[in-house]
Write a protein that binds this ligand. Sequence first.
Ligand code: AMP
Length: 398
Amino acid sequence: MKFIDEIDIKGKKVLFRFDFNVPLDDNSNIADDTRIRSVLPTINYALDENAKIIIISHLGRPKGEVVKRLSLAPVTKRLSRLLGKEVQMAADCIGDGVKGMISEMEQGDVLLLENLRFHPGETSNSDVFARELAGYADVYIDDAFGNAHRSHASNVGITRFVKECGAGFLMKKELNYFSKALEKPTRPLVAIVGGSKVSGKCEAIEHLIRKVDKMVIGGGMAFTFLKAWGHEVGKSLVEDDLLDTAREIIKTAKKLGVKFYLPVDCVIAEGMDAEAETKIVPIQEINPHWIGLDIGPATITLFSETLSNAKTIIWNGPMGVFEKDAFSRGTTALARSVASSYALTIVGGGDTDVAIHRAGESDNISYISTGGGAFLELMEGKELPAVAALEECGKAEV
Ligand code: AMP
């Protein structure tokens, strides 16, 4: 796969696929522009090369129809401000109007096309749609890591029809950090996996267990492992159909000599609401009618000690229901422990990202991934369809 700095884009028309799927508030204002900021190095490089910059992206899930509130107009404004230059916007992403605007572009101009997902051809990976997009430019650059686990027209189909293609600097950074963490890690390598259910992450855990020196499990999914290990976990989140899977994972860890850590105490509550009574109890003393909603202080100490000699840490998923103050302490404390370690620290997933920011530790993490789903698929050992397509690109007939 080629990267943007290995391709001659000087003065050329370059089509960029970015992931500008930014969170919007109720008034369609951008609540967090990290995804826009994260591709500025790629755009600035293209500006330095005097390219004509045509940008495509999706926003939200309009399901193939025009949904006004999911227009990329607020992104155009923010991008203009961040670049300190005017960014033009096209009212659609295909059609004669777009072609006309592109034909009038001068070198160094930036044009953002309207939301790709206003057309059903984007998510159905339509050849016709992909071919039309491909026709806009001399070079195609994919820098949408957050969408790289999808097989859509603008990131997979398109690569069969473009003359030349490659990846941008964000994609390069994401793939490099991930490879440093899992393919060529400095050891000991510790994985921390949390979040709600085992079912969402068992493939990732099964893959990671073969790579890591220590595996730390927290969050709701820990209770399935604890139950599989013979503990009474009350009304905590448990997936009974995965008890055997959990046992197998623990067995595999033992066989491979991987240290496997589960919570030793937890914060339990009678219910999820803010007024519900809470208690901190050892795992052996969970009341049969109560729910485990966060890791307890002894677990925070145990998990933090586990990280103390780590050289590489990869983390995905909160340790408890961190959205509620009463159950957020474990996740915040772990964020601080990860941030204060001397290891290379790589964090992925929307909730974990939010938790790190809330703890005020975002500057102390080596790398926070911009893609939740794509990050999880890499943790599962899968090849990302967009990356595979970029590798194949150039081999096919245009
Ligand atoms: P995931 O998308 O799988 O990473 O899960 C994130 C969600 O897991 C968050 O919304 C948390 O509130 C939830 N979560 C974490 N710990 C627990 C728990 N002990 N019980 C129920 N949900 C939890």
